[in-house]
Design a protein around this ligand. Structure first.
Ligand code: SF4
Ligand code: FES
Length: 249
């Protein structure tokens, strides 16, 4: 069992001035997930009549991308290739002080405490992250379209992006290039995605810029902190797609 000091960002609402608050946690089991530890803290706060800490979560199994904490200066904490819900307290030691902040970026405004508004990602997806299917009766069965194994694997790897925003929170420029490039790549590599390829990359990059995300300066921190191991090669692919699309007009 561990005793911990938590320093947590508290902010009542989007317009309030936030600040770090300190809480003591006793007898934390190393087998708890980080979110379970936060649940216990919140129960203790409620018992004391204190407003519980707002944080996002949903699936708690690493697939929805909702849990978005910046723990000890790292998106999703000190472990690699995991989300906060998959992070276990055994990664910390008795007596540790843990700092917990929201994902910070201009395009991810704080709603309350550790909860941020990531609807900018939804708007980027809506700008082009889809394929249109001909439903006139001539629809081709997707399984009947041959796809090179190499391309299928690369598309699948890109599709593993869960839209968590860790890449943005980690990037010193708050760039969303890793996220957008994963979403562009998952279609660019497949024949089904070729039809709308030109509009897709132009519209998604346009929307990314409109939302106020920063530029990519090839630092690569996003790749290190991405819980799904999305590769920087997707950014290179998106840049090529963007160039071709721009030349095509
Ligand atoms: S690229 Fe990785 S870090 Fe960025 S949103 Fe997708 S899964 Fe999260
Ligand atoms: S709660 Fe779904 S990924 Fe963490």
């Amino acid at each position: 069992m561990m005793n911990l000091t938590l320093k947590i960002w508290r902010q009542a609402n989007a317009n309030a001035k936030g600040k770090m608050e300190t809480y003591q946690m006793q007898e934390v089991s190393p087998d708890m997930s980080f979110l379970e530890m936060m649940d216990v803290l919140n129960e203790e706060l409620i018992d004391k009549g204190i407003d519980p800490v707002a944080f996002d979560h949903d699936c708690r199994e690493g697939i929805c991308g909702m849990c978005s904490m910046f723990i000890n200066g790292e998106a999703h904490g000190p472990d690699r290739l995991v989300t906060t819900c998959q992070l276990h307290m055994r990664k910390f030691k008795d007596g540790d002080t843990i700092t917990i902040e929201p994902f910070r970026a201009k395009a991810f405004p704080v709603i309350k405490d550790l909860t941020v508004d990531r609807s900018s990602f939804d708007r980027i997806q809506q700008a082009g992250g889809f394929v249109s299917v001909n439903t006139s009766g001539n629809t081709q069965d997707a399984n009947a379209i041959p796809i090179e194994k190499h391309d299928a694997d690369k598309a699948f790897d890109a599709a593993a992006c869960i839209g968590c925003g860790a890449c943005v929170a980690t990037c010193k420029n708050a760039s969303a290039m890793l996220f957008v490039s994963a979403k562009v790549s998952q279609y660019a590599l497949l024949p089904q995605g070729k039809v709308e390829a030109t509009d897709r990359v132009l519209n998604m990059v346009n929307q990314m810029d409109e939302e106020g995300f920063g530029n990519c300066t090839n630092t690569g921190a996003c790749e290190v902190e991405c819980p799904k191991g999305i590769s920087l090669e997707n950014i290179a692919r998106m840049n090529r797609e963007y160039l071709y699309a721009s030349l095509k007009g």
